[in-house]
Design a protein around this ligand. Structure first.
Ligand code: AMP
Length: 373
């Protein structure tokens, strides 16, 4: 059996990841780490969230930092502020037992830029950023990225679908000089990503794919329940009642729908918080913290707000409505069954939506089972 040590990971890091429950390398880690620890290489990783991507690129990046220099040596780009904060936290935890002090900063929209500029004035080796905020900082001349050796594009397909195409081009052009490496991670490979690969990456970049043939984590059980508009909330309540001790996220399509369902669940005595884009950043962080530390059992959220968030041990994801876009199904269901566990992704649909279930099955190469509540 492969170990992190045999992949080339240093002892100090192994001790800290073991404490986080990361003991046996996941598929993406097993395949990517030996390549990324090499001197210089571009890299393409086809993997969805929940597969251990952060450690797969994060550990090699930490190994490459030269702490004798106080320059920014690595950039990690990720689509949402929640993901950026999560990656920063993970990297910080990985360094708990390392002898060298490596400094990581997170920059993202929604927080005062002055504060982030001040933080960047301290020694910073790794910057984790949303593309928009990073471009702001580059254009203002408030970040020096001339020494960057490695650029990671995490969830590249998501960054593009959120409209960050121009920003990515700007960042990749600005860092293109010299021999920096680009590591691209994506769950899917739409044409726009292929173009980025072609323009900015080495033609022979190694390419690794996990969970071949499906962009959906194989540990997820997919189910659907036929219901009506009138009965839907009651059916969801019955589902939650049956799984008293379990935790999960309920996805809604709209911000108003999210708030309304959250209020209804609270009124029925369920410990629930809402997360949607119209809420203040501080409020969103408060809800996320409460959900992560288990003072909230359920989260009701829109697609964008809960994208990519990593909360351990969620037993289920509920689709109050099926998502607008196919790829959202992959991202929603990927909130459960993380780190090798299993989980349920259950959709509450109207009878006319069975067609949509068939479509998702076919497109994502997964199987749904109809269940009764
Ligand atoms: P990620 O895909 O990086 O967001 O990781 C998803 C979750 O899996 C995180 O909570 C990680 O701590 C956990 N994880 C990552 N790698 C492993 C591993 N090799 N074994 C068990 N859990 C892991």
């Amino acid at each position: 059996m492969l170990t992190f040590s045999s992949l080339g990971i240093r002892k100090g890091y192994i001790k800290s990841i073991n404490e986080l429950g990361i003991k046996i390398p996941s598929e993406i880690q097993e395949k990517a780490i030996p390549i990324l620890l090499r001197d210089k290489t571009d890299f393409i990783g086809l993997a969805q969230t929940g597969t251990g991507k952060t450690a797969a690129f994060g550990l090699p990046i930490l190994h490459k930092i030269n702490v004798k220099s106080n320059k920014i040596q690595a950039l990690i780009l990720s689509p949402t502020r929640e993901l950026v904060q999560q990656i920063k936290r993970q990297l910080f935890k990985f360094t708990k037992y390392s002898e060298e002090r490596i400094f990581v900063e997170a920059v993202y929209g929604g927080e005062h830029i002055g504060l982030q500029i001040n933080n960047l004035k301290r020694t910073t080796h790794i910057v984790v950023a949303t593309p928009g905020r990073l471009v702001d900082l580059i254009e203002r001349g408030d970040i020096d990225i001339r020494s960057v050796q490695t650029v990671v594009l995490d969830e590249a397909d998501e960054m593009l679908s959120m409209g960050f195409k121009e920003e990515l081009n700007k960042i990749l052009s600005a860092t293109k000089k010299g021999d920096r490496s680009t590591w691209l991670f994506s769950a899917t490979m739409p044409d726009e990503i292929k173009r980025i690969v072609k323009v900015y990456m080495h033609p022979d970049a190694p390419r690794i794919e996990v969970n071949k043939g499906s962009s959906v984590n194989g540990n997820i059980k997919h189910q659907y329940v036929r219901t009506t508009i009138k009965d839907k909330t009651d059916h969801i309540v019955a589902f939650l009642d049956k799984r008293e001790s379990q935790r999960g996220i309920i996805f809604c399509r709209t911000k108003a729908g999210t708030q309304s369902l959250c209020t209804q669940l609270i009124e029925k005595g369920f410990s629930t918080g809402a997360l949607e884009g119209d809420m203040q950043q501080r409020e969103r962080e408060k809800v996320m913290r409460a959900f992560k530390n288990k003072s909230l059992q359920y989260l009701v959220s829109t697609d964008v707000s809960a994208r990519g968030i990593d909360v351990k041990d969620l037993e289920f994801v509920i689709h109050h409505q099926l998502p607008e876009k196919l790829e959202y199904y992959t991202h929603r269901s990927g909130r459960t069954a993380r780190g090798g566990r299993s989980g349920i992704s259950i959709a509450f649909i109207l009878p006319i939506e069975v067609e949509k279930i068939h479509y998702i099955q076919k497109k994502l190469n997964i199987k749904f089972k109809e269940v009764d509540i």
